[in-house]
Design a protein. Structure first.
Length: 94
């Protein structure tokens, strides 16, 4: 059976990836001159609720986002700032 839910992030989003082994999702925003963030979302299948579990500030526009399959507390972002400088960042949730 299919179910759906909606959640509005504060800025335009480009990335949505699963946080493996947790049943949660990561959403990364992509505002070139705005603040950016990564939101950790959890979906409750019984109630159909989608809830933000955590919000992480990110300095640059997020182009790609990935979580670790074996270590769900780790995620990596690929980003670009307003001057065109590209970077990779590794985050540890602990």
């Amino acid at each position: 059976m299919f179910s759906s839910a909606a959640y509005a992030v504060n800025y335009n989003a480009r990335c949505l990836v699963p946080q493996y082994s947790t049943g949660q999702w990561l959403v990364g925003t992509c505002g070139l001159y705005d603040k950016n963030e990564v939101t950790l979302l959890a979906f409750d299948e019984e109630s159909g609720d989608l809830e933000a579990k955590a919000l992480y500030q990110h300095p640059d526009e997020i182009w790609a986002l990935e979580s670790s399959y074996s270590h769900p507390e780790l995620m990596i972002t690929s980003s670009r700032n307003g001057n065109g400088k590209k970077s990779l960042r590794l985050f540890n949730e602990t």
